[in-house]
Write a protein that binds this ligand. Structure first.
Ligand SMILES: Cc1cc2nc3c(=O)[nH]c(=O)nc-3n(C[C@H](O)[C@H](O)[C@H](O)COP(=O)(O)OP(=O)(O)OC[C@H]3O[C@@H](n4cnc5c(N)ncnc54)[C@H](O)[C@@H]3O)c2cc1C
Ligand SMILES: *[C@@H]1O[C@H](CO)[C@@H](O)[C@H](O)[C@H]1NC(C)=O
Ligand SMILES: *[C@@H]1O[C@H](CO)[C@@H](O)[C@H](O)[C@H]1NC(C)=O
Ligand SMILES: *[C@@H]1O[C@H](CO)[C@@H](O)[C@H](O)[C@H]1NC(C)=O
Ligand SMILES: *[C@@H]1O[C@H](CO)[C@@H](O)[C@H](O)[C@H]1NC(C)=O
Ligand SMILES: *[C@@H]1O[C@H](CO)[C@@H](O)[C@H](O)[C@H]1NC(C)=O
Ligand SMILES: *[C@@H]1O[C@H](CO)[C@@H](O)[C@H](O)[C@H]1NC(C)=O
Ligand SMILES: *[C@@H]1O[C@H](CO)[C@@H](O)[C@H](O)[C@H]1NC(C)=O
Ligand SMILES: *[C@@H]1O[C@H](CO)[C@@H](O)[C@H](O)[C@H]1NC(C)=O
Length: 537
């Protein structure tokens, strides 16, 4: 007992020293070594019109704090100790993005690109590395242009999914895009990390539906699909664009949705047999028709843990009832549980907004109050025994605000090869689990406790999920899986540790592309793809 507490005290103070050290290092860099004036001159030298002011916010200005505060989406990263950017830039056009890359390279700033800011580890606006860094906030890149005749859309790198969905629906009731469930998520991180949603069994991931892209590379050049070549195009559609450049815009292939879709959400408690329904679901959900996706969300409502069986069916109510009652009669779906609506309104439903409320809430970048959260993920290849699901349920119930999302694969996901994009989790995957714990009270102790809850749940699940590697989803970013060195450098071996989990065999190809297009590792973060040429320190 005594030994235990002594060694944990030592450990805690080592952690404190380490944190203090990091804070001191970054503080000394930010106050002493940076020649802001030269950097600002460089920016104006590289913007076409020398008289215009480059939109930047320095830490010594009052607007810096408010724009930084707006930039932070997860309150786990809004403490005074959280490392802050040395400056925030909000370029208004593509040539200003180019100038930022050229000058940041020259003056040794790391760039963190922020689109929707929803990164689960805050990598788009904070840094746990020692390099001075700039937040490139793409707030002025929110345009969406829909071409109905061509069934495609150009969307700028700072737009949100809600903006994209809204603009598509404004132009056509029978076109949609297969991406995530949460309107405030940005296309920049989401599409470049894969991007799943409730049409993935029919149309695959968001990244599977990209036709073209415009990026700024590490030399400050603008490239499109043709000029970057297929290797780099492959890498940024699922491998995370943050390792390779700055996405200015994507050209997306839109997909067909029926004028009427059907949704339902059926809550089940432990007493109502939720666990045996989840058990049964594992054998059914992945084999259903591609037009139907039945998700499970575990959460707490008034202190009671609930499993919500939520579905999107790309068709009418009668047919959905027929399918459900022959394939999954245990759920007991009734006609009055089903709501026929439009695809765009189904996106409101899945985000928990009133289905008939005003659609323009989809344009809102912060429709809900900000919260703190910690997330981890798993992929499951074999059904989990019912007894283990009971154990999972009990552990989920220990958190005040858990959110466990269980999403079935199969359909189109099984047809796309595991190497066609960097996202490898395809055929053979039954479903993925996203474990999230949310909390509303700020405080280091509260955070520590909540983060521990989700880590314990993850440990408990070890025997029941994918192994060698234990796969994880890049967009459910988790720094517990490993990180690059604090000085920003990265070795292949360190990268492989978490890289194999996110990308499996595709990791090596991602490293090869990185080594070719960004050998000096200009675009880097805690989990960026390493360059083989930049590791000889
Ligand atoms: C509430 C919520 C719901 C979610 N729901 C889903 C879901 O249904 N399906 C799903 O797949 N995922 C979901 N996610 C995860 C989400 O896809 C990822 O967090 C995603 O990376 C967020 O993208 P962003 O642009 O908002 O984040 P950001 O924090 O802006 O960026 C994430 C990463 O991408 C980089 N990046 C951003 N923009 C660019 C750009 N233009 N060029 C280059 N790099 C860029 C950033 O530097 C950072 O490394 C959800 C997340 C949250 C918080
Ligand atoms: C902020 O810092 C910059 C660069 O060091 C300097 O040019 C500027 O005058 C400072 N502004 C204020 C308000 O102190
Ligand atoms: C900007 O351009 C001027 C004139 O071309 C040059 O003298 C100066 O060195 C440049 N400054 C930077 C920081 O690049
Ligand atoms: C970008 O915007 C700046 C500021 O408005 C302007 O001076 C410059 O000419 C623009 N560049 C292009 C290529 O439009
Ligand atoms: C920062 O934003 C939050 C909302 O996300 C708000 O509650 C808080 O008051 C803001 N703080 C400052 C200093 O602006
Ligand atoms: C859209 O345009 C591209 C090229 O301009 C063409 O290849 C494609 O077939 C068109 N798509 C549709 C659905 O018309
Ligand atoms: C959609 O549903 C509504 C009401 O349920 C119905 O009036 C309408 O005809 C349906 N549209 C189509 C295209 O099926
Ligand atoms: C939760 O409790 C509140 C107050 O007791 C009640 O108004 C609300 O309807 C309950 N919500 C649910 C989902 O049961
Ligand atoms: C998926 O894998 C299974 C066996 O592992 C195989 O039988 C099936 O044909 C594969 N499906 C596709 C679409 O490749």
């Amino acid at each position: 007992m005594a030994h235990h507490s002594i060694s944990s005290t030592i450990l805690i103070s080592l952690v404190h020293i380490f944190v203090l050290f990091t804070v001191l290092v970054s503080a000394s860099i930010s106050s002493n070594n940076i020649n802001y004036q030269a950097f600002i001159n460089c920016l104006s030298n590289h913007s076409l019109d020398h008289n215009s002011q480059y939109p930047i916010y320095l830490p010594n200005t009052s607007s810096y704090n408010s724009i930084l505060n707006n930039t932070i989406e997860n309150l786990r990263f809004s403490y005074p100790q959280t490392p802050k950017p040395n400056l925030i830039a909000t370029p208004v056009n593509e040539s200003q993005v180019q100038a930022l890359v050229i000058c940041s390279k020259k003056y040794h700033f790391q760039i963190r690109t922020r689109s929707g800011g929803q990164d689960f580890e805050g990598l788009s606006y904070t840094s746990q590395q020692s390099l001075p860094f700039i937040v490139l906030n793409l707030v002025n890149f929110q345009g969406v242009e829909v071409d109905v005749a061509n069934e495609s859309a150009w969307v700028q790198g700072g737009a949100t999914l809600g903006q994209l969905y809204y603009k598509i629906a404004e132009k056509s009731p029978t076109l949609g895009f297969p991406a995530g469930l949460c309107p405030p998520v940005g296309v920049g991180g989401h599409i470049s990390g894969g991007g799943w949603g409730n049409m993935m069994r029919k149309y695959g991931l968001a990244a599977d539906n990209v036709i073209d892209v415009r990026i700024v590379n590490a030399n400050g050049e603008i490239l499109d699909r043709k000029s970057m070549g297929e290797d780099l195009f492959w890498a940024i559609n699922g491998g995370g664009a943050a390792s390779y450049g700055i996405v200015l815009s994507w050209k997306l292939k839109l997909v067909h949705v029926p004028a009427n879709v059907t949704v339902f959400a059926i809550p089940k408690t432990w007493q109502q047999g939720a666990v045996s329904l989840i058990h049964k679901w594992q054998f059914v959900a992945e084999t259903l028709p591609d037009d139907l996706m039945v998700l499970i969300a575990l959460s707490k409502s008034n202190g009671t843990t609930l499993a919500l069986f939520q579905a999107l069916y790309l068709g009418g109510k009668d047919q959905l009832l027929q399918i459900m009652n022959s394939r999954f009669p245990e759920l007991g779906l009734k006609a009055q549980d089903c709501i026929e609506t439009t695809w765009i309104r189904s996106t409101m439903f899945f985000f928990g907004l009133p289905l008939n409320g005003p659609l323009n809430i989809l344009l809102d970048r912060n429709p809900r109050p900000k919260i703190s959260s910690k997330t981890k993920s798993d992929f499951v290849k074999e059904p989990i025994p019912e007894i283990a699901l009971r154990g999972m349920w009990r552990r989920v119930s220990l958190a005040d605000n858990p959110l466990i999302l269980i999403a079935p694969y199969g359909g189109k996901m099984a047809e796309i090869s595991g190497t066609s994009t960097p996202f490898p989790h395809r055929n053979g995957t039954l479903f993925h689990i996203c474990y999230e714990v949310d909390w509303f009270v700020q405080g280091v102790d509260v955070s520590t406790k909540q983060v521990q809850l989700v880590r314990r749940l993850y440990r408990y699940m070890t025997p029941y999920v994918s192994k060698s590697p234990r796969e994880a989803y890049l967009n459910y970013r988790d720094l517990d899986l490993g990180r690059n060195r604090i000085d920003g450098s990265a070795t292949y071996e360190q990268g492989k540790f978490w890289g194999a989990k996110y990308f499996n065999e595709n990791f090596d190809r991602l490293v090869k592309v990185k080594t070719k297009v960004d050998p000096d590792n200009f675009f880097s973060n805690e989990q960026s793809i390493p360059s083989l040429k930049a590791t000889n320190f």
